[in-house]
Design a protein around this ligand. Structure first.
Ligand code: MN
Length: 131
């Protein structure tokens, strides 16, 4: 995959679930621990890959480490995100994130306050929003 040689953290394993469109890789960097009260993942989307709309009960912070992608909150236009960008997603804000149609995206995903509950997965992102 073009650009994967730029990855700083391990690619991890392919995600096998129905909450993503396309190929997505996840490596757990810091597992959830009650004392630290966060969990940290390296998430890499191949081009055209994205997650479904979803909400994090305790919020999420994305640190983009390579490539280019989109971040969209419900009711707003998609934002282009790229290496070096930081996205702070407040608790319970409906959103999705993923790669662009012509570029992969790799970001660190910090699950803040995971004790507030699991991700609430919603509907897939329509191609009319994406392309
Ligand atoms: Mn998210």
């Amino acid at each position: 995959m073009d650009g994967f040689e730029k990855l700083i953290f391990p690619l991890g394993t392919k995600v096998q679930n129905s909450y993503f469109i396309g190929t997505v890789w996840v490596e757990t960097l810091v597992a959830y621990d009650k004392t630290m009260n966060c969990a940290i993942y390296n998430v890499t989307f191949e081009k055209c890959a994205r997650n479904n709309w979803h909400k994090h009960p305790g919020g999420q912070i994305l640190l983009v480490t390579a490539g280019k992608g989109y971040y969209q909150e419900e009711g707003k236009s998609p934002k282009i995100i790229k290496e070096g960008d930081v996205v702070v997603i407040p608790p319970n804000v409906k959103h999705w994130h993923g790669a662009m149609p012509d570029s992969f995206l790799s970001h660190i995903a910090i699950t803040t306050n995971p004790d507030k509950g699991e991700v609430e997965w919603l509907e897939p992102v329509d191609d009319e929003y994406y392309f």
